[in-house]
Design a protein around this ligand. Structure first.
Ligand code: IVH
Length: 676
């Protein structure tokens, strides 16, 4: 990486060249590979240094400099889409002063005119252009290089927030091109990474990369499993034209069915803009998505037209960037933590450093490959970043400060907690401790078992768990329920009253039900959602234990990997014993209130072709599973019914050929007990 430096005239030319090369390389990584090496703040620094140098040395400016062009290039894999109007970038403001200067520039072009503004959170996602004809979604594209983007219609169609058909004022527009930002909500991002990590797959550095990765898929089925959302913020083309202000445009977008950011505000002047920027920045942690600034736009469209644009950005808008949440610090040690499934995760212990109001003293390095890719070593100076309230992560090593004797990191071959041997299964990124009696795993598992979204056992904290395990009082979940109050009261730092509270909390947790219990058991790959699906499909532990791997895999949203993990769990005699003991102590093994109705589809296999008017595909699948049936992808002699909706495919012909009973939408609804 380049370090910013003072540049004398004689050095300017090579420095400019080096900066351009470096920026182009990062553009490529950012847009084409979804795997950037440096943070946005770092990138902005490079870009600003180049801008400064080019301004000081106009003779060295070239038309193809990254400062003149919108960065990013379409990759080869998708069809190219030429944008109707270039998708420009935005100029940046780093301070209130920069915003005042922006206003001063506007006033020079619009002397004596009052200027109103709209402020919108600047979401750190993926800019897209959506084309509608007569109210129908026709095509979606990425920004690409600003002139030509990539056709991603197939994946955008799976984003539920993007309306297929418009209603309201824009329904009748002959052609309409709208722009917005596709993003992955933080919570979804955290969940996605947790499941990737658990499955031993590489994790995404931030929600932006996860969203970009999801949208730029060849197979839309993968996109469909990644929860994406969108906010629209610009109409780049509308025939017939119909707006006079940006604010009205946003309103019309909203009325037509597009999600529009509710935090957008209209401001009468620059003072209000500054106040709005402050409010949005202060509230950034409470947002469900990563925002990296506020976009300030001139409201009046006629004024926008008069202000025009450079080849890089419109002159009527500017992005006020939030203060960067980055810091550099030193790696003191790389330790290994043992997870509840025995996963060994390397963690960098840091010299404590203040980062946006919190003290950070360690960051997860996720797995061996991540450590290698970033080449993190003990003694290294590292750049860390906290985007929103997402857990801090290590952006990169500042290699220029590396101690000479720093050695590459090597994963231990033994579990640091129990000395058991560690293995890294073929094709996985995770090393695991193979000792099932590993006390570190047991502590993690108990902690998870008692956590809020599992069995919700209040007062069962880390300190208590450590003592219970270290004193040999608890060897598995079932032991918890046999603990008498006096045993608990004998633990350090637990007064009589607390011991009684903990005892009560443990006993109360017996009634949490099957879904929470399944989540709590910590079966590999089974988190809250999978646990709920299993509980609602099978209704009781008994039925689940008896189910075959194939039956489990049929549940929509479960898939073969999870099914295999579930079935492996129940094959293990030790696990079955634990469950038996849990049952004996009176822990509820069924899902109350669920699965008690009739099961008209018990044992039946259905195939769905075409779309139904009243239910989505996912809803049909959920319904069928809940009522005891299964949904298959192709018609065979074993198929019981083929449900035929609008625009059916060849499966309807297969059904006729194989003489399988065909159900229309109404027949189907009647069969499942719903009134058409
Ligand atoms: S307006 C001509 N508004 O930021 C319209 N952009 O750094 C220019 N972005 O390419 C864009 N939130 O992908 C606009 N409320 C918002 C935005 C926004 C995020 C993205 C957009 C743009 C990038 C520029």
């Amino acid at each position: 990486m380049l370090s910013p430096s003072m540049t004398r005239d004689a050095d300017a030319a090579p420095r400019i060249e080096a900066l351009r090369r470096e920026i182009r390389r990062h553009d490529e990584l950012y847009y084409a590979g979804d795997r950037p090496e440096i943070s946005d703040a770092e990138y902005d620094r490079l870009k600003r240094e180049l801008l400064r140098l080019e301004a000081a040395h106009p003779e060295l400016a070239t038309p193809d400099s990254p400062t003149r062009r919108v960065s990013g290039r379409p990759t080869e894999a998708f069809a190219a889409v030429e944008h109707r109007a270039a998708m420009l970038s935005l100029d940046n403001a780093m301070s209130a002063e920069d915003l005042r200067e922006f206003e001063a520039r506007l006033k020079r072009t619009l002397p004596g005119l009052p200027v109103e503004y709209v402020c919108e959170p600047k979401i750190d996602g993926l800019g897209v252009a959506l084309l509608y004809e007569q109210g129908h979604f026709i095509r979606g594209a990425t920004r690409g290089d600003g002139r030509v983007g990539e056709d991603i219609t197939h994946t955008l169609r799976t984003v539920k927030a993007i309306p297929e058909r418009l209603h309201g004022p824009l329904r009748a527009a002959r052609t309409l091109e709208v722009r917005g930002e596709v993003f992955m909500p933080r919570e979804a991002f955290t969940r996605l990474n947790a499941s990737l990590e658990e499955a031993g797959e590489p994790v995404f550095a931030n929600p932006r990369n996860a969203a970009a990765g999801a949208v730029r898929q060849k197979d839309p089925a993968i996109t469909a499993t990644r929860p994406l959302d969108i906010f629209l913020y610009h109409v780049s083309h509308c025939d017939p034209a119909r707006f006079t202000s940006h604010w009205d445009t946003l309103e019309a977008l909203r009325e037509s069915g597009f999600p529009v950011n509710p935090r957008s505000t209209r401001c009468a002047g620059m003072d209000e803009v500054l106040a709005s920027c402050r409010t949005i920045e202060e509230g950034r942690d409470a947002l469900d998505y990563d925002a990296d600034g506020v976009v300030v736009k001139v409201d009046d469209l006629e004024q926008q037209r008069r202000l025009g644009a450079t080849s890089h950005h419109p002159r009527w808008a500017i992005a006020y960037k939030f203060a960067a949440r980055q810091a550099t610090t030193r790696v003191l040690e790389i330790t290994i933590t043992v997870g509840k499934t025995g996963a060994l995760t390397p963690t960098a212990k840091l010299e404590p450093v203040e980062l946006a109001g919190v003290t950070v003293s360690n960051v997860s390095l996720h797995n061996e490959d991540e450590v290698r890719r970033k080449d993190v070593r003990v003694g290294d100076t590292v750049l860390i970043e906290r985007a929103g309230d997402v857990i801090p992560y290590l952006v990169q090593v500042v290699t220029s400060n590396r101690p000479r004797d720093a050695k590459p990191f090597r994963m231990p071959r033994r579990c640091p907690a129990c000395g058991g041997s560690a293995v890294r299964p073929e094709g996985e990124a995770i090393w695991r401790c193979t000792n099932i009696a590993c006390p570190a795993q047991l502590k993690e598992r108990l902690f998870h078992f008692g956590s809020r979204r599992a069995m919700d056992i209040e007062h069962l904290g880390e300190v208590v768990i450590a003592q219970l395990v270290d004193r040999g009082l608890v060897h598995d979940f079932a032991d918890l329920y046999a603990l008498p109050v006096d045993r608990l009261a004998a633990l350090d730092r637990l007064a009589d009253k607390s011991a009684r509270n903990l005892h009560d909390a443990i006993q109360t947790s017996k009634r949490r039900g099957l879904a929470r219990l399944l989540n709590g058991l910590g079966i590999r790959m089974v988190g809250e959602r999978a646990a709920q699906l299993l509980a609602s499909r099978f209704g009781s532990m008994d039925r689940l234990e008896k189910a075959s791997e194939a039956e489990i895999a049929e549940i929509y949203g479960i898939g073969p990997q999870i099914a295999q993990a579930v079935s492996a769990f129940f094959t293990e005699a030790r696990n079955r014993r634990t469950i038996e003991r849990l049952r004996e102590t009176g822990v509820a093994m069924a899902e109350e209130g669920r699965h008690q109705g009739p099961q008209p589809l018990r044992g039946k296999t259905l195939v769905l072709t075409g779309s139904l008017r009243s239910l989505t595909r996912d809803q049909v699948k959920d319904l069928v599973i809940r009522l005891g049936g299964r949904v298959s992808g192709s018609v065979s002699k074993k198929t019981d019914y083929v449900v035929v909706g609008e625009d059916p495919g060849s499966k309807a012909d297969d059904a006729r050929r194989l003489k399988v009973e065909i159900l229309g939408e109404e027949d189907f609804l009647r069969l499942v007990g719903r009134t058409p």
